[in-house]
Design a protein around this ligand. Structure first.
Ligand code: AMP
Length: 112
């Protein structure tokens, strides 16, 4: 069971900012920007690489949730970043699909 599964099950606390039947969003415990929210499916999909055609609707819901969270946090005016890390070389540390919604500062490119 991943740490995010425990957050979904309310076994450990999180600062939840958005929730639907299928999606949960909460603040990252080690924020990398003034706003740093993680948007996750309640279904335990390991990473984007593990999403399958039957997950198409869920993937759409996650993308829409990222936008909803960003508007809720006031990031839509100036802009923001959504990123997902996949596997070891992608920098993934929690093996439950999550989208980082980052904003409130100027983002740089390329990412590290
Ligand atoms: P990644 O490295 O892309 O897998 O991102 C995992 C993210 O989860 C990191 O930014 C961590 O800071 C964050 N994280 C780990 N544990 C928790 C937790 N208990 N609550 C909130 N965020 C967490």
């Amino acid at each position: 069971m991943t740490i995010f599964a425990k957050i979904i099950a309310r076994e450990i606390p999180a600062d939840i900012v958005y929730e639907t039947d299928t999606v949960l969003a909460f603040r990252d415990i080690q924020p990398q920007a003034p706003v740093h929210v993680l948007v996750i499916p309640k279904k335990p999909v390991v990473s984007l690489d593990h999403a399958r055609p039957e997950d198409a609707a869920l993937m759409g819901e996650l993308m829409l949730a990222c936008g909803e969270v960003a508007r809720q946090e006031g990031l839509d005016v100036g802009g923001y970043r959504v990123v997902t890390n996949i596997g070891n070389k992608g920098g993934q540390s929690v093996y439950h699909l999550h989208f980082h919604v980052l904003g409130g500062r100027q983002m740089s490119w390329p990412p590290g």
